[in-house]
Structure formats: C-alpha cells, structure tokens
Design a protein around this ligand. Structure first.
Ligand SMILES: [Zn+2]
Length: 138
C-alpha cells in the first residue's frame, strides 16, 4: 500500500529534505508550516528529533522500521511506509477518532528521514519479524 499523506504534508517534507541538505537547518517558514499542518505534534516531534530519540532499524533482508523513545520512557515502533505507530495516542486519536493526521512519533520519523538524523542500528531478520508481529520491542 503506498503512503497516502496529504499532498501538503508530502510537499512539506520534500522541502525540508531539500533545504536541510543545502543548509543543515530547517528554516523558520518550514517550521511554521510544519506546525500548521501537524499542530502541537510538530513541536513534540522536533523535540524527539533534537534528542536523537529515533533509531532506524534495518535487517539483512532489507526491512526497515523505526523505534522512537517516547518522552515518558516508552519505546514505540513506527513504520513510515504505512504510517503506523504502536503508541496509545495513535490508536486512540488517529485510528479511532480520526483527529490527527499522524502522532508525534511518526512526524519525528518523517523529519528524521528528511534530515537524515537517525541513529542506525542493525537487527536480525528474526528480531525484525518479532518486532513486526508485536511480540518484541528489541
Ligand atoms: Zn506514536
């Protein structure tokens, strides 16, 4: 299933990626746009990025997943390819009540992908399978 982010959000992450490559910064106008599109999630996501809370896991077979350390110490698994997060806010606000576009963890993952600021970590295919099936958080 292809990622179906609203066009405005996709364009925004593209702009962030392009500008960050050139200047190593996210300029104010893009930060304001980010806040406009994602609301309070944007600030929390930037905070997660600043604290290097996002780990990019990859396995030998090429699977990729992200783990985001939440502010309260929880560790959440995110898949940017299908925008899913294992946190309660995502299940409640995004899936059940359709209130937000994405939770702060997924916004953080997109930001990390756009800026390249992730901590890479390799995982075995077994670990990745366990992670995908929700039986392990590594
Ligand atoms: Zn989340």
């Amino acid at each position: 299933m292809p990622v179906v982010l609203p066009v405005v959000a996709e364009q925004l992450f593209r702009d962030i990626r392009k500008t960050y490559r050139e200047t190593s910064q996210i300029p104010d106008d893009l930060l304001i746009a980010l806040k406009f599109v994602f609301g309070p999630c944007a600030i929390q996501a930037l905070d997660l990025v600043d604290r290097r809370s996002v780990t990019c896991l990859s396995s030998p077979s090429g699977r990729k997943a992200f783990q985001v350390a939440g502010a309260s110490g929880g560790l959440y698994t995110c898949f940017s390819s299908c925008h899913y997060c294992s946190c309660p806010a995502f299940a409640y606000a995004v899936l059940r009540r359709n209130e937000g576009l994405l939770c702060k963890h997924i916004v953080a993952v997109y930001l990390c992908e756009a800026t390249g600021v992730t901590r890479p970590q390799s995982a075995s295919d077994e670990q990745m399978t366990a992670l995908l099936s929700g039986t392990s958080s590594l």
